[in-house]
Design a protein around this ligand. Sequence first.
Ligand SMILES: [Zn+2]
Ligand SMILES: [Zn+2]
Length: 234
Amino acid sequence: MRCLACHDTFFEQPVWRKLLMLESPTKLCRLCELKLVPISGKRCVACSRSLDSLTQAFKNGDQCLDCLRWAERKDIGHLLERNVSLYEYNAFLKELFATFKFRGDVVIASFFAEKMARLYQKDFRGYLPVALPLSQERLVARGFNQSSLLMQGWAEDQDILIRTTGEKQSKKNRKQRMRQLHQNPFSLREEAKIEQKNIVLVDDIYTTGTSVRLAAIVLKENGANKIASLTVAR
Ligand SMILES: [Zn+2]
Ligand SMILES: [Zn+2]
């Protein structure tokens, strides 16, 4: 078997569960698997960031500073129910994601998709999964949306959101740029039916949490109930 990250070949002991196909084969060698750090211990209840690794100045009670700041934003702070992630965003994962985004590596996608499926079942059963979209230009340039690849095998991407980005920033003057800042890049497809639905947005990384909240504005405006996000890394 070939490791999807370092491409070394490795052997694994056949276990009866795997022989019976109850579990899919490992796709990372042991050394690489160790570099992937699942978020564990005490987590921020709002964004799932590990609280153990933060100093006292960056947390308070059961939340991280980022989330406490969001909570102060009366306009969009409350829009996201919570974010749940699998792994800490470290150098190894950054590199793995770069390969994934560059090539649309289906092996990498399926490795994470399986784990995302389990987390979805555990935390968001009954929620409508929606991949965070790319803009049309980005999608054409890249050829695939990494977020919908992460749903492979466990959910159909509903494709209800549209993302638009304007022309290149450099062509705009300051006033136009400021206006764009206040414009939401997300909108909803006309035919989408989301009234009273709970929705979980699927994406690769939760960084500042701005994108998912901007998407949440549109979904809430159109009658959605709860909005959460499910991401590979925090
Ligand atoms: Zn490896
Ligand atoms: Zn947090």
